[in-house]
Design a binder for this molecule. Structure first.
Ligand code: TRP
Ligand code: ZN
Length: 869
């Protein structure tokens, strides 16, 4: 390997020597030679500093002036421009030339579908101009954009439009000013031709805010849901968090080429079109809900991210964990709280736990980073949100909101740290969070082991709780955490036993703080069934020796939907594990009738929300199951999961058919109730596909579908059950939609997760499909990403063919788009969990990557960590 990228450590943070108070930018847009003029007002903060070091990458330097005169005392070295002997305060003019057309990494200024756009988080601004590209340098931006008027009628940037004009030779210009000082990562520019959906929102103080959504020409009919979601988000943030929007205009631009979901640039969000465009013909219910969540997420960043930003990138969870918590609450207040919780917990227990057990394990506030793009992770985002949620659980809504208020009082307009947030929570509530802070510095998934003893004579219940966190790749020593443990006790008749001790009521959230602790409850009048870790009150693995009958009881009687679902999951987990062991011992798979009956009971339950029934009936993914084992046997897991699917289908065929018919919908409606009913109906179909008349069921649904949710449910069922109709339906769909990349993504995913023997050949063949392109991150993730991360049996083929395929793709993307490459590689990092033969194949391809002489930092960091362990 030629280069040795250097790591940065959180402990090395130093305040900047200089700051920039105001920045005037001018962009003269040309596809291959855009001229950027940046005029900064620079102030020295550290009296001992004589030189200013600016960040810059892939820039052609045209000119440097200080106070209007050419400056020659400077040098350019890898990624830096060092300007020597500068005064204490000065005007710095820097001109650079960049090449947006050849920017395939999609960071900095690039072209997506004919429009110029930017992506500056985390460190993309340095690909536009030399700058203090760090989040603790906050400047007021004024941006002038110049371009050809016919091709680029819309010229957009952050803040308010302050001037515009025409030039000769068909060019025009617009100037924008953002009154809120911001770090460079929140800068945005867009130039292009669009259709615009316009609306407005009146804030609770009576200000009218113009709302504009920019989409590709012809897509106006797909922008309504995004607009409704935006207005809902603005209203919700006023009511629930007392936060009002602060500019006169809010713009969203949808682009087809985007590395992530969306970006919260001040006043000018840029979105992956996947999270904007939807109508009944093209979008599934999941797409609608995803749009609502991401529109909300980016809007909520205006306060948690933009008004208060991060001091340094190690603090990323300050804005991301908190904003994910806020978007989860938004979705839960508008829709089904229990279904949202279930889906978030699935992500934690599946991919987040797996990440925390991988070579990339890191605390929600990382200590060491080589490539910042590698830390936009499930740990920082989802576990970060769980940590905020635990504070919410401990403080209660009122205490939490007081803390948020204090946080904004103290830090509005500044760059803050995670600790600043916790301090505000602590000061506002008076609750000591000293030990709680360990959640920010300790990585890994804690194991909470619970056992109980009941004394019939004294009517006392004792809960013995032990916690330990296994060592992770990054951290050997672990300390006890403050774990809020939410519990409930049930009598056999389903009634709840009030928690008490010495005649006093005890709160249902126990504070587990020691490595070992016992909680005693009095007046427990009968041996109770114990509901533990209700609402997944902490991101831990729970161990408790549940009997089947306890779980069946909770699945039926728990008075909280999440607890019911969770009991079902535990029941499945017990029997899945037992059967994997049986398969490995060449024994027959055994699924007791009582287990099937428990699920049948839920399927037929009349007082249960259809959306919840659907969640209960969904089996855990093979990936989640893999996470339960020290050595993953992909084939045994696959066989066991297939057997569960088949046996549930066979034994419940009549009930599944009844419920499927019961929820036939006359018309298509996008309400939470209708979405839940469709989900239940389509979950039934996923089982019916495996029964005798499966092909007829599925084909009929495909032919009769009047919305994309039902269409895709049919295709998924045909694919999973390998039905005879699969081929013709797939062809029909591709013929109908091949012009539409976003819709084709759903079809590419099906090719990626195809259970057929020849899945890899199919994936390779579809790379030649006219709708496919490795240059487009959405297409790449749909086809290649789905194969590598959601088709374990074929990706982990024993001959190593799946690994070698991924390696070839990574070699290509390493040059064109390392950020996308770095997300695709994740399944290879988990090599320690596979048998020696597979490990050898995985190690081999990782070594080949390591030996490349131009490996990008993104891949370097992950490959190196994996090979080191
Ligand atoms: N801040 C964005 C969000 O969470 C994340 C993001 C969008 C991003 N694009 C990116 C992060 C590119 C890194 C690189 O909403
Ligand atoms: Zn975010």
């Amino acid at each position: 390997m030629s280069q040795q990228p250097t790591a940065k450590y959180r402990k090395d943070y130093r305040a900047p020597d200089f700051t920039i108070t105001d920045l005037n930018l001018e962009f003269d847009l040309e596809p291959n030679a855009t001229l950027v003029t940046a005029v900064s007002q620079v102030k020295r903060l550290n009296d001992n500093a004589t030189d200013i070091e600016l960040d810059g990458e892939n820039l052609k330097l045209v000119r440097i002036d200080i106070n209007g005169d050419a400056w020659t005392a400077y040098s350019e070295e890898s990624g830096k421009l060092i300007i020597r002997d500068v005064p204490a305060a000065f005007t710095l003019t820097i001109q650079t030339e960049i090449d947006p057309e050849n920017n395939s990494a999609l960071e900095g200024l690039y072209i997506s579908g004919g429009a110029y756009c930017t992506q500056c988080e985390a460190e993309g601004f340095r690909r536009i101009t030399y700058y203090l590209d760090r989040p603790d340098v906050l400047a007021r931006f004024t941006t002038k954009v110049i371009a050809d008027k016919a091709s680029y009628p819309y010229l957009l940037s952050n803040g308010n439009k302050i001037a515009s004009g025409e030039l000769d030779n068909g060019r025009h210009w617009v100037e924008w000013h953002d009154p809120y000082a911001k770090p460079s990562y929140l800068f945005a520019l867009v130039a292009g031709d669009f259709d615009v959906l316009r609306d407005s929102f009146v804030t609770r103080s009576g200000r009218e805010v113009a709302l504009e959504i920019f989409v590709d020409k012809g897509n106006l009919v797909r922008a309504d849901h995004a607009m409704v979601s935006l207005k809902n988000a603005m209203k919700w943030d006023e009511t629930r968090f007392d936060l009002e929007y602060d500019l006169d205009i809010y713009m969203i631009v949808a682009v087809d080429f985007f590395n992530m979901g969306a970006m919260e640039n001040k006043g000018l969000n840029i979105f992956n079109s996947k999270y904007v465009l939807a109508n009944a013909e093209t979008a599934t219910d999941a797409d609608y809900l995803g749009i609502e969540a991401v529109i909300g997420h980016e809007y909520f960043h205006n306060w948690t991210g933009n008004r208060v930003t991060c001091r340094d990138w190690f603090q990323l969870s300050l804005k991301e964990g908190l904003t994910v918590f806020r978007d989860q609450e938004f979705s839960s207040d508008l829709g089904s709280r229990s279904v949202n919780r279930i889906e978030n917990v699935r992500v934690m227990r599946g991919p987040q736990f797996a990440e925390d057990a991988s070579p990339m394990s890191h605390p929600i506030r990382p200590e060491k980073v080589i490539e910042m793009n590698n830390f936009y992770t499930l740990t920082v985002y989802e576990k970060g949100s769980e940590v905020i949620r635990m504070m919410h659980t401990i403080l209660g809504e009122e205490g939490f909101q007081k803390g948020v208020k204090l946080y904004f009082e103290r830090h509005d307009g500044t760059a803050a740290t995670c600790d600043d947030f916790v301090q505000a929570m602590e000061d506002a509530s008076g609750i000591d969070l000293t030990q709680f802070r360990r959640w920010y510095s300790q990585s890994g998934t804690p194991v909470l082991n619970v056992s109980s003893t009941y004394d019939d004579a004294t009517k006392q219940l004792a809960l013995h709780v032990k916690q330990h966190t296994p060592a992770t790749a990054d951290q050997a020593e672990k300390l006890p955490l403050y774990i809020p443990l939410d519990i409930e006790l049930y009598r056999a008749d389903g009634s709840v036993i009030e928690l008490q001790r010495h005649g006093e009521p005890v709160h249902h959230i126990l504070a587990v703080t020691e490595a070992e602790q016992t909680f005693i409850f009095d007046a427990v009048d009968e041996q109770p069934v114990i509901s533990l870790l209700r609402e997944f009150s902490a991101p831990v693995k729970l161990e408790y020796d549940y009997q089947d009958q306890d779980l069946t009881f909770l699945l039926q009687y728990a008075r909280n939907d999440f607890a019911r679902w969770d009991a079902g999951q535990s029941l499945l987990a017990k029997h899945i594990k037992a059967n994997v062991a049986r398969v490995q011992n060449d024994e027959k798979i055994v699924i007791p009738a009582s287990v099937v009956d428990a699920f049948r009971g839920v399927l037929l339950s009349e007082n249960t929300e259809p959306a919840l029934i659907a969640e209960v009936l969904k089996l855990p993914s093979e990936n989640e199951v893999a996470g339960w084992f020290d050595v993953v046997d992909v084939d045994a897991i696959h066989r066991v999961m297939a057997a569960f699917k088949q046996q549930f289908a066979d034994e419940m065929v009549d009930e599944l058919e009844t419920v499927y018919r019961q929820y036939t919908q006359a018309s298509y409606e996008i309400s939470h109730k209708a979405i839940g009913e469709r989900d239940l109906r389509n979950t039934c179909l996923s089982y019916l596909a495996h029964t005798e008349n499966g092909n007829d069921w599925v084909e009929a649904q495909y032919r009769n579908a009047n919305n994309m949710t039902d269409t895709m449910a049919a295709l998924h069922a045909a694919n999973a059950a390998q039905l005879p109709c699969r081929e013709s339906l797939m062809k029909h769909f591709s013929d109908q939609w091949q012009h539409d990349g976003l819709v084709m993504d759903k079809w590419f995913v099906l090719q990626g997760i195809n259970p057929a023997e020849h899945a890899l050949e199919g994936v390779k063949a579809q790379m030649a499909h006219p709708a496919f392109s490795l240059k487009n991150p959405n297409r790449t993730r749909s086809l290649i990403g789905a194969f590598c991360s959601r088709n374990p049996v074929h990706f982990h083929a024993k001959d190593g063919s799946g690994y070698r395929f991924l390696k070839e793709i990574l070699v290509t993307l390493n040059e064109s788009n390392p950020q996308v490459a770095s997300r695709l590689i994740d399944p290879l990092l988990k090599l320690a969990y596979y048998d020696t033969e597979r490990q050898q194949h995985m190690r081999q391809v990782l070594q080949e990557l390591a030996d490349m002489d131009n490996l990008a930092n993104d891949l370097y960091e992950k490959v190196q960590k994996t090979l080191e362990q």
